[in-house]
Design a protein around this ligand. Structure first.
Ligand code: CTP
Ligand code: MG
Length: 584
């Protein structure tokens, strides 16, 4: 297999190698370049904030979205461009290889273009006229990928009056901007929807995620030509915030599928293969070699770490050009299925995503979650908690997983490693909920519910939609929806759980207080969700409450005043760039 792989990685004469320095991730994605893309973007953002019961447009199956996006990514290339490039000339130059369907520019320590051709042959045509760079002091490891570097033959030939490529920021708003947007909102419902709109993955960011997987697939394909690299987790389950990691699944099942083909006569041909003692060891060996490949030959892949002894072995790396922190796993099909399940829950009712985004941002603002692994609650656990809470409403806003299983037909049947992962995949066949509760009420009730949940004896279970006795003594027990013997929050310590409970109670209390004492919109004071997202509000209020010095309304007023002035000072990071305290 390795020998076959060398076909793509064959060493050509030594050429210059671009230095690969691990840089902090900073993304400023640009706008898509076509009218069609603009229309789609409008549709996406407006569609995402309508209520589920109002939105009657048929929704695509998860598998259909994945198929379309993957196919689109295969026709797409990534180009590092000179800084001052004329967009018109750039497009004209590339159009020699075929018509372009869509393009956009973004900045990430340099200018990049994502260009989607109408036909895949155009990519091959572009590759056929592309050379491997040569320099005097360094050597290039040649790899004919879809990640290019465009240089100007003579930079002075670009007339300065030519309009340059337009880049617009696609990163989430600064704390200051978010604070303003939330304060200007008309209601708490409006605040939650605003936050969703500002933090959800944009069309361009989603395209870049699928493209990055497709580029990694090309590299892994050097060893395993029929492999597929699929995104999973928050990049595709509709709960991803701008800046979230890119979880990838190296799917080698397509390779095995050929054995299912019918053969004539009494013969059956099999590949000679190496055997190893267990599936886990096979996974570790495959990831080890792909990790080496990414490290040595993967254009733009830096900081490669092989974390092979984890429960789920993985290769972690930064994809420099896209700025994504990537986790590559294999043999992890169940996680792909949970992503599909979450996608369905997210699409069933628009209140789901709005509530999940706000809870995720709230948890991040109070350091309940972290990008560093540890004893913290994860975003995945928080999402399951919101789903569970919505299953517990009366009438329920979301159905249980067991109910989704009863709606499944023969084609939906799915057993993975002995686990029954069957549920209905066509979400248009699921009846919308009759529950009409507002987001404001749901937010308040979420904090009430989990502020008083019997975590010491009960487990959270979205399969049945009701609490169950905890089967083990972990402080927080959330049953994995498919591998039901697993607790997805086994890592969470008692003190982190206590912090979550305290903050939930405080947040419920703040919202209750504001019911009676809401500042007028003209006062430009933080209120509603804005109050909850400002770090340390709850802690300070908690202290103030304990001291019982002043009436609640006055304490809140004073505190919010001080936060308002300090938030303006704290809205830039050490690089002088705007930061968002609610980012992962
Ligand atoms: N997963 C799981 N069990 C866990 C942790 C993760 O099944 N204990 C699966 C889930 O499908 C999850 C995916 O792995 O969505 C990716 O995990 P992670 O990156 O931690 O969560 P995300 O949902 O992607 O959220 P984030 O935005 O924080 O990355
Ligand atoms: Mg993730």
């Amino acid at each position: 297999m390795a020998a076959r792989g060398l076909g793509l990685l064959t060493l050509l004469p030594l050429c210059a190698r671009r230095s690969q320095v691990l840089r902090p991730i900073h993304r400023l994605l640009s706008r898509a370049g076509t009218v069609a893309a603009d229309v789609r973007r409008e549709e996406q953002s407006s569609g995402s904030v309508e209520t589920g019961s109002e939105d009657r447009t048929p929704k695509k199956k998860f598998s259909e979205v994945q198929k379309e996006r993957r196919e689109q990514a295969k026709r797409t290339v990534l180009i590092h461009c000179p800084n001052k490039i004329s967009e018109k000339k750039f497009l004209k130059y590339l159009s020699q290889h075929g018509p372009i369907n869509n393009h956009f520019f973004y900045e990430s320590f340099g200018l990049y273009a994502v260009v989607e051709f109408c036909q895949q042959e155009s990519v091959a045509s572009l590759q056929s006229v592309t050379r491997t760079p040569s320099m005097d002091t360094e050597a290039a490891i040649p790899f004919r990928s879809r990640f290019f570097n465009l240089r100007l033959k003579s930079p002075s030939n670009q007339p300065s009056e030519q309009p340059h490529a337009q880049c617009s920021s696609q990163s989430s708003p600064s704390s200051k901007k978010l604070f303003e947007l939330l304060c200007d909102a008309e209601s708490i419902d409006d605040q939650l929807n605003t936050l969703l709109k500002e933090f959800q993955l944009t069309e361009e960011n989603t395209r870049l995620r699928y493209l990055t997987c497709s580029l990694i697939e090309d590299i892994a394909g050097a060893y395993f030509p029929d492999c597929t690299v699929r995104p999973f987790g928050s990049s595709v389950n509709s709960f991803g915030k701008l800046g979230c990691d890119l979880d990838m699944f190296l799917d080698l099942d397509e390779i095995g599928k050929f054995s299912a083909h019918k053969t004539s006569g009494n013969f059956l041909m099999e590949f000679q293969v190496k055997n190893v003692p267990s599936e886990r060891i096979a996974t570790q060996k495959i990831l080890s070699v792909i990790g080496e490949c990414l490290d040595h030959f993967g254009p733009g892949c830096v900081g490669v770490q092989k974390i092979l002894n984890a429960r789920c072995p993985l290769v972690r790396f930064s994809h420099q050009a896209s700025g994504f922190q990537c986790d590559l796993t294999t043999n992890n099909r169940i996680a792909l299925k949970s992503s599909e399940l979450l996608y369905i829950y997210g699409a069933l009712d628009s209140r789901v995503r709005a509530l999940v985004f706000s809870i995720r941002c709230w948890a991040r603002a109070h350091s309940l979650t972290s990008s560093i692994p540890g004893a913290w609650i994860t975003n995945f656990s928080l999402t399951i908690m919101v789903i569970f809470f919505l299953q517990r409403r009366s009438p329920p806003i979301l159905p249980t997983l067991d109910y989704l299983k009863t709606l499944a037909d023969a084609e939906d049947k799915c057993i993975i490693e002995g686990h029954n992962c069957t549920f209905i995949r066509d979400l248009n066949r699921i009846k919308p909920s009759g529950n009409t509760e507002t987001l404001e009420l749901l937010l308040k009730e979420f904090f009430e519910y989990f502020g008083n949940f019997a975590f010491n004896k009960n487990s959270i279970n979205i399969r049945q939609g009701r609490e169950q006795n905890k089967p083990e003594s972990s402080p927080l027990h959330i049953q994995n929806p498919f591998e039901t013997s697993l607790n997805i929050s086994k890592n969470v310590s008692q003190s982190q759980l206590q912090k979550f409970v305290d903050l939930a109670r405080e947040s419920a209390w703040i919202l209750q207080q504001q019911d009676q004492d809401r500042p007028s919109p003209s006062s430009h004071q933080p209120w509603g969700l804005a109050t909850l997202l400002l770090p340390s509000v709850a802690n300070s209020l908690c202290l103030a409450k304990k001291k019982k010095k002043k009436p609640a309304s006055e304490r809140i007023k004073n505190l919010l005043e001080s936060i308002k002035s300090s938030s303006a000072e704290n809205s830039t990071d050490t690089n002088g760039k705007s930061t968002v305290s609610t980012q992962p």
